[in-house]
Design a protein around this ligand. Structure first.
Ligand SMILES: Cc1cc2nc3c(=O)[nH]c(=O)nc-3n(C[C@H](O)[C@H](O)[C@H](O)COP(=O)(O)OP(=O)(O)OC[C@H]3O[C@@H](n4cnc5c(N)ncnc54)[C@H](O)[C@@H]3O)c2cc1C
Length: 445
């Protein structure tokens, strides 16, 4: 405990009962008891922590709001959790530069809201957007439904403030979309899950807020037909800002046990599509769209006002929490396959005999494949099921994580299934940026 005595600009927690909440996140894993939890209130705390970590040989595990699904913020042996929830700073929007500065502690909800208050839009929208922190979304390169059109968090970061192993805060990037003075080191930190340093703030790119939305609830007669739709739409020049889906099993669960609004959901499977470009509610646009959707549809609802739009989205937003409540020990994966291979993926999944149900981001091929019975499955069998699932995605040109990251949960699979040259390069970078392995040890690589 002496390591934390007199730590400046910080709140330190070491009472074992108060450490308990920091051993879990939203994954199925549980971390060991950390040596302590430190809530830094300024750069002196971090500088001193880094110094003590190096001299006394403990690791530093950054934590945002703890909503991660890969166990990335869970403490490993001899580590201190560094909780950024009290890191100081305000959100400042610059409409002239179409950007916003915010500290890592800023709730994503407030970041998006501050932009919106000035008619501007920060697109990244993980479904946890009401509860996660900006720092966590940067460290995991979070994506959400509208990544389909707008891309993931890294596409919206102009500059990043990060504390590296020298104990100092450095800024990578400038407040402009054009900056090309050498490789972008800030981009290396985005999605690095805290293994290269601490992210303390960022300058984010904004765009004018879309003002027109066509939001469609599309029940389909035959589930398989839905799988060709993302490719069909893109091929015909339609790029939805979001394209979400529920397979027949998830839809049946929602209908049987979900909230009132979910019980009336029609169709064998269901999709939510949204378009947000100017003119998307015009007759010619919708007519062209309906020509494509009509043959698949088993009834179709188009939101005509903001309340209806919200109603459609509410069902999607609650799905993850609903399934978790019904199946607390389920495992939710987030594999990706290219749009054009969606049908092959689900055929392959059937062939594997993997007892999984799926929902998620069909428009960009990012599928939440859920093993509902994971808690009751023999661990060896479960590991085989997961490895088969990852191999299938990779064999189709996809990957084992589209948004949650690697953390602890997928580390073994990531190491086993990645190109060895990639792992070697990542480890070389880790040695260069963090030679004493103090930042989030035991995660990712
Ligand atoms: C209901 C639900 C829905 C979700 N939907 C989505 C979704 O649609 N898309 C998506 O991408 N994710 C989703 N997630 C996962 C999660 O919310 C996101 O990954 C989110 O970005 C994590 O933010 P956080 O602040 O909770 O980070 P944490 O869970 O606290 O941390 C996540 C990782 O980031 C690191 N980290 C945190 N802060 C810092 C920092 N300041 N510096 C360096 N490293 C740091 C941690 O060490 C850890 O490795 C969902 C989670 C839930 C519970």
């Amino acid at each position: 405990m002496d390591a934390f005595k007199g730590l400046p600009e910080a709140k330190v927690i070491w009472d074992p009962s108060e450490l308990e909440p920091f051993r879990v996140d939203e994954s199925h894993l549980r971390g060991v008891q950390p040596l302590a939890v430190v809530k830094p209130h300024g750069p002196r705390a971090l500088r001193e922590l880094v110094h003590r970590a190096k001299t006394e040989g403990f690791g530093l595990v950054p934590r945002g709001a703890g909503t991660g699904k890969a166990g990335g913020c869970l403490p490993t042996e001899r580590t201190v959790v560094v909780d950024f929830s009290e890191w100081p700073g305000d959100i400042q929007v610059s409409p002239q530069d179409l950007c916003l500065r915010a500290p890592a502690s800023a709730p994503l909800r407030e970041v998006k809201g501050s932009a919106e208050a000035l008619g501007l839009f920060y697109p990244p929208d993980p479904n946890s957007w009401e509860s996660c922190a900006l720092g966590g979304t940067l460290a995991t390169n979070a994506g959400g439904p509208n990544a389909c059109k707008y891309g993931m968090t890294r596409h919206w970061v102009l500059a990043l403030d990060a504390l590296l192993e020298d104990g100092e805060i450095h800024t990578f990037g400038i407040s402009s979309v054009k900056a090309n003075a050498g490789p972008a080191l800030g981009q290396l930190l985005i999605g690095s899950e805290g293994i290269f340093g601490f992210i303390v703030g960022a300058t984010l790119r904004l765009t004018p807020m879309p003002r027109e939305f066509a939001t469609l609830l599309l029940p389909v007669k035959r589930w398989e037909d839905l799988l060709d739709l993302p490719g069909l739409l893109c091929g015909a020049g339609y790029l939805p800002s979001a394209f979400e889906f529920f397979d027949p099993a998830v839809l049946a669960e929602l209908r049987a046990h979900g909230p009132e609004a979910a019980r009336r959901l029609p169709g064998e499977a269901l999709a939510i599509l949204e378009f947000d470009e100017r003119g998307c509610t015009s007759e010619p646009f919708l007519e062209g769209l309906l020509d494509l959707l009509g043959p698949l549809a088993d009834g179709l609802e188009i939101a005509s006002d903001a309340r209806q739009r919200q109603g459609i989205w509410a069902v999607r937003r609650l799905t993850s929490a609903f399934l978790k409540e019904r199946h607390p020990k389920k495992i939710s994966e987030d594999i990706v396959v290219p749009r054009s291979r969606l049908r092959d993926f689900f055929l392959g999944l059937d062939r594997l005999g993997c007892p999984a149900v799926s929902y998620g981001h069909l428009g960009d091929g990012n599928l939440h494949v859920n093993l509902l019975a994971a808690g009751e499955t023999d661990p060896v069998v479960l590991e085989h099921q997961l490895m088969d699932l990852f191999r299938l995605a990779i064999s189709l040109g996809g990957t084992l994580s589209g948004e949650h990251g690697i953390g602890l949960a997928k580390r073994d699979a990531f190491l086993a299934l990645s190109d060895p040259a990639q792992i070697q390069a990542l480890r070389a970078l880790k040695r260069a940026l963090d030679p004493q392995n103090i930042f989030n040890p035991g995660k990712v690589i």
